[in-house]
Design a protein around this ligand. Sequence first.
Ligand code: NAD
Length: 270
Amino acid sequence: MIVKTKKLQGQVAIVTGASSGIGAGVAKALASAGAAVVVNYSSSADKAEEVLKEIKGEGGDGFTIKADVSKEEDVLRMFSETIKRYGTVDILVNNAGLQKDAKFHEMSLEQWDHVIGINLTGQFLCAREAIKEFIKRGVSPERSLSAGKIICMSSVHEVIPWAGHANYAASKGGVMMLMKTIAQEYAPLKIRVNSIGPGAIRTPINYAAWQTPQAYNQLLKLIPAKRIGEAEDVGRAAVWLASDDSEYVNGITLFVDGGMLLYPGFEDNG
Ligand code: NAD
């Protein structure tokens, strides 16, 4: 048996949308656990470099790469560049995502396509390239007990409907079935695919929900834990799902939500 000082030592992870928020937190957590991390970004090169600088400052390894996850040629280039640099990929964190909110009857096709293209098609494109590489390499016990791990960043909105966000909720519902279907299809090859379903995490995507004391107090009504989540909360969950500690876990959504799914409206007797 190989004893590793860090749980992800010797492994290579791609984190999409890692220049900000949850992706940045996950990239740093995986690097702290010993993985070399490919910090993907779509527009903010300086923010991605900042994340990489922090990783390297802690003795970690990685590089930044610009790629729009909704574009097939960009995704292919991101994977081929990673494999050229490190030989293979062990972990994919399908994190990149955004919101383009509108009342449903006013939602344009452009708003619909934009969100589905990044949040759902982007996860398909990246997962497909990861699976190809995992199949090619197979299990290599000195790296991990699994041939590869994919973590899809979903949301509590894979199960909670969200008025005014039909495109986003549909994308996350789609991610849930994409994740489960790939998990079922490739479990026999020792490939593991799971999701993280964050509740409210303090990032730029939901700035308006925590920025003022009034908004924050309103938000807390939805969170039994009575605090907003931080990117580090998600980072720790990602390390667990990526590591052999969760080797027998496949096809689940691990909700990191402070209890948001516990029908908080019933806290005071309903
Ligand atoms: P964020 O806006 O801070 O980060 C989103 C990241 O995705 C950014 O780095 C952005 O550049 C990147 N991105 C956007 N379009 C891209 C593209 N085409 N190609 C590559 N990267 C792209 O928001 P966040 O809260 O950190 O969101 C990260 C993920 O977590 C998203 O999938 C989001 O749906 C999910 N999530 C967030 C919360 C929350 O409360 N913050 C809750 C549930 C789910």
